[in-house]
Design a protein around this ligand. Structure first.
Ligand code: 0O2
Length: 263
């Protein structure tokens, strides 16, 4: 194989990973800040290692000059979801974007790989503005649940350890683990509504408490100390009772006080 200038080859892909990571993380953050449900649990990105690029190029008989055109996962983004039901929502988020073009979608969730691998892959073309001008690169977005990811990362390590030839008994056990991960996803799906409601309640509660603490802190500067000590005791009592309605009422009371003091 011809000599590859890895630094030059990888540079735009590193930029693509950074940009895509930021974009999907912002999307998640924005949903949460707006109080909307975010189907994204976490996002990570990676640049394919030269050894892995060479291995793939060798396996697929891709000459060095064609690596950029034919290896589509040099830049990789992984989006993890809590529930299988969140995956189509993330796929839609990707499909709606105007800053990337979908080239191919590979559904290894409905078409599980023989290894037991499950994940949804979207290959995109992503335009970049680099210091050396405009450049469009391929990137792969993998979308999967935490359970699918747990299995895939473990299997990936074994695949490397055994250079792709995992002993049969280990393969069988991995298949069992894949089934257990599938079962976990299915079971979690049945209590999804319950978990989502609990998450929503926790978020509302922590938002309320942050508001209360901010108001208390500001009021300490302007209100009478005795009044504030009394209000603080009331807060601790309500906090200990864990009564959401009482917390809401207390927050309202502080909002009115803050308005009175023109905070
Ligand atoms: P790394 O270290 O993440 O770069 P392929 O021929 O399977 O290598 P193909 O057909 O171009 O590649 O694309 P595919 O199958 O859509 O995606 C390849 C990537 O998906 C792999 O990259 C893995 O990250 C993941 N993947 C695909 N199949 C499996 C599997 O059976 N087990 C695990 N653990 N991961 C899989 P690399 O190059 O293997 O890894």
């Amino acid at each position: 194989m011809e000599v590859v200038n890895w630094k030059e080859l990888l540079y735009p892909y590193a930029q693509a990973v950074d940009e895509l990571l930021l974009k999907f993380q912002s999307l998640d953050k924005e949903c949460r800040n707006l109080g909307l449900y975010s189907p994204i649990d976490s996002v990570s990105g990676r640049l394919k290692r030269p050894s892995s690029i060479l291995e793939k190029a060798g396996r697929k008989k891709i000459p060095a000059a064609k690596i950029v055109e034919e290896i589509e996962d040099i830049a990789g983004i992984r989006i993890l979801c809590q529930f299988v039901e969140d995956i189509p929502k993330v796929i839609d988020m990707v499909r709606q974007r105007k800053d990337m073009t979908i080239v191919e979608e590979r559904d290894y969730i409905n078409h599980t790989k023989p290894s037991g691998y499950r994940s949804y892959h979207i290959i995109i073309r992503y335009p970049l503005h680099t210091a050396l001008g405009e450049k469009t690169v391929f990137a792969e977005i993998q979308i999967r649940t935490n359970a699918m990811n747990f299995w895939a990362t473990a299997e990936h390590s074994l695949r490397y350890k055994y250079s792709g030839n995992i002993p049969q008994d280990l393969q069988d056990r991995l298949k069992n683990c894949a089934e257990a991960a599938f079962h976990l996803d299915t079971e979690m799906g049945t209590i999804r509504e319950e978990i989502m409601n609990a998450k929503r309640l926790n978020e509302i509660r922590s938002h309320l408490v942050s508001n209360i603490l901010e108001n208390l802190q500001n009021l300490y500067f302007v209100a009478k100390l005795d009044d504030m000590n009394e209000i603080n005791r009331e807060f601790i009592r309500i906090w200990n009772e864990e009564d959401m309605d009482a917390l809401k009422e207390f927050n309202e009371k502080l909002n009115i006080m803050a308005e009175m003091y023109q905070i």
